[in-house]
Design a protein around this ligand. Structure first.
Ligand SMILES: [Zn+2]
Length: 415
């Protein structure tokens, strides 16, 4: 074969390879594409109806799924666990009870596990539960009938499992490598976007979700902090998922964080009230509002239907005692710096630094503050917090406060 022929031959071959490559790539994307569509079932609708002897919940699904149901008390709840699903159905917060159901919440409980939490007006028993297959144009449905039961017959925590239900086992969180942390020379900070997943937090006058706003502020702050090269920022959650309160500050311990900042936004009856505020931990609240705010924020685990029976009741008092002293002074100083920096750029409440018994701040040795970004019950605050520009301003103020905090610390360390 002459060289020219060989070259032509090679050219042909390479063309075939390119073609084969293209076919492979498109096949893979086709398979992958359809796999991702198939992998996540969807909830396309939800209904609650009152029947003569029961209250019926119907979830419309894109395909039938396995599920688990259990009830909890204090307050009375029915919890329905599903595999991770996409919520295509939106629901407005319930204004009044339908049958036994007074509240309806849904969202991601943990990776691989979505959840519906129903608040009920009385102790409740699941009398029937089944999946209806698709028929006559109707999609597959999960049907749950609830009936009232007596306090004596109420059995919280008893699991009802459908065939094929598999509990999600979370892989153990990897411990960050302390050597690598030391080498970076950057301060480690944990930002904690409040609420998430099945716990939406407060819902604004025109429908803004606290859980979304806190996450957006955390992402923006992470970006600005890390751009300086001085900080490494770990978020306690990076997406719309529920995280237990105690896990939030345990993340800070695992990463050997030097600061912990929890982000929230509040609601209040008086819609005229607006402005942010900064909170530090105390077993005695600075005022009545701070106390009731802490009570509301501490309910996150209850709202998410977390079964906390395996844990000691709030570690509260012991940890608060431990937290006195140095850590509290540091938290106090950071809070003061935040009030100063935020006050220059955003609207704050009059007594902007307050204190109360927030569960999420109960880390014994990491200075921790909780920031209420504003009131979602106020139109201006809600509108501002929904704007990226305003969130950038908040993030800048946080960065300024944290910079001042560390500058002071390094000064104190010098002889
Ligand atoms: Zn909150």
């Amino acid at each position: 074969m002459r060289i020219a022929n060989i070259l032509v031959c090679m050219k042909e071959l390479s063309r075939i390879y390119v073609l084969l490559g293209l076919i492979t790539v498109s096949c893979v994307s086709l398979i992958y594409g359809s796999a991702t569509v198939l992998a996540t079932p969807e909830v396309t609708g939800s209904r609650i109806g009152v029947h003569p002897n029961s209250t019926r919940l119907v979830l419309e699904l894109s395909e039938s799924v396995a599920y688990q149901v259990f009830t909890l008390d204090k307050p009375y709840r029915v919890v329905i666990d599903l595999p991770e699903v996409r919520w295509r159905s939106s629901r407005k917060p319930m204004m009044s009870a339908i049958g036994l159901v007074s509240e309806f919440r849904f969202g991601l409980f943990q990776t691989g596990n979505s959840r519906v939490v129903l608040g009920t007006t009385a102790p409740t028993k699941v009398s029937k539960h089944f999946i209806l297959d698709a028929e006559k144009g109707a999609p597959p449905r999960l049907v749950l009938d609830l009936v009232e039961t007596s306090v004596a017959n109420f059995s919280p925590g008893r699991m009802i499992k459908s065939a094929g239900w598999k509990a999600v086992v979370q892989p153990r969180a990897r411990q960050p490598d302390p050597y690598r942390l030391a080498k970076t020379g950057r301060h480690v900070i944990v930002l904690d976007p409040g609420h998430g997943g099945v716990d939406p937090g407060t819902i604004g006058v025109t429908g803004a979700y606290e859980k979304k706003i806190t996450l957006a502020v955390a992402h923006e702050a992470k970006k600005q902090f890390e751009a300086t090269g001085r900080y490494r920022v770990v978020l306690s959650r990076t997406r719309d998922v529920y995280v237990r309160l105690r896990d939030r500050f345990e993340i800070a311990h695992r990463h050997k964080a030097e600061l912990f900042v929890s982000l929230h936004a509040d609601s209040i009856k008086n819609r005229k009230v607006r402005g942010g505020s900064v909170y530090t931990l105390s077993n005695k609240a600075s005022d009545k509002e701070a106390a009731s705010l802490a009570t509301r924020e501490n309910k996150s685990d209850i709202i998410a239907g977390a079964d906390l029976s395996g844990f000691a009741p709030e570690v509260s008092e012991i940890l608060i005692d431990l937290a006195q002293g140095a850590t509290n002074k540091e938290s106090w100083f950071l809070a003061e710096m935040m009030v100063k920096a935020l006050g220059q750029r955003t609207k704050l409440l009059r007594n902007s630094h307050r204190f109360a018994g927030f569960a999420v701040l109960k880390s014994p040795n990491i200075p921790s503050v909780l920031l209420e970004l504003g009131y979602l019950s106020n139109r201006i605050d809600e509108k501002n917090l929904s704007k990226p520009k305003y969130r950038r301003r908040i993030a800048r103020a946080l960065l300024q406060a944290v910079d001042t905090y560390f500058k002071r610390k390094s000064k104190l360390r010098k002889p």
